[in-house]
Design a protein around this ligand. Structure first.
Ligand SMILES: [Ca+2]
Ligand SMILES: [Ca+2]
Ligand SMILES: [Ca+2]
Length: 99
């Protein structure tokens, strides 16, 4: 008769560490996931910042504006052509070749 209660006590002793371990795993998982989410948001923000900087700094051959005020815009401006042809990532910088 005294064996059965001691078995129950053993069961609860076994269950308690499992519960705290799963809680620890859950907390660790949440930390990792939130860290990943933060990294994705941070990299996405940095990427959008970089791309917006690129748009204003280089590559104005796709904005439909005659950026160098030479008279020819984007596809008409020789600045926007490389050896391979028209390249929107190039920059209008020389107004002399528009004339
Ligand atoms: Ca342009
Ligand atoms: Ca131009
Ligand atoms: Ca030009």
């Amino acid at each position: 008769m005294t064996d059965k209660p001691s078995e129950k006590v053993e069961l609860t002793v076994v269950l308690e560490p499992q519960d705290s371990t799963s809680k620890y795993i859950l907390v660790a998982l949440i930390l990792v996931l939130s860290g990943l989410l933060f990294a994705i948001i941070a990299s996405g923000g940095a990427e959008s910042l970089l791309s917006s900087n690129d748009d204003s700094a280089i590559g104005n051959c796709g904005d439909g504006i005659d950026n160098d005020n030479g008279g020819k815009t984007d596809g008409e401006d020789p600045d926007c052509y490389s050896n391979d042809g028209y390249d929107a990532s190039r920059t209008e910088a020389n107004r002399d070749n528009d004339l």
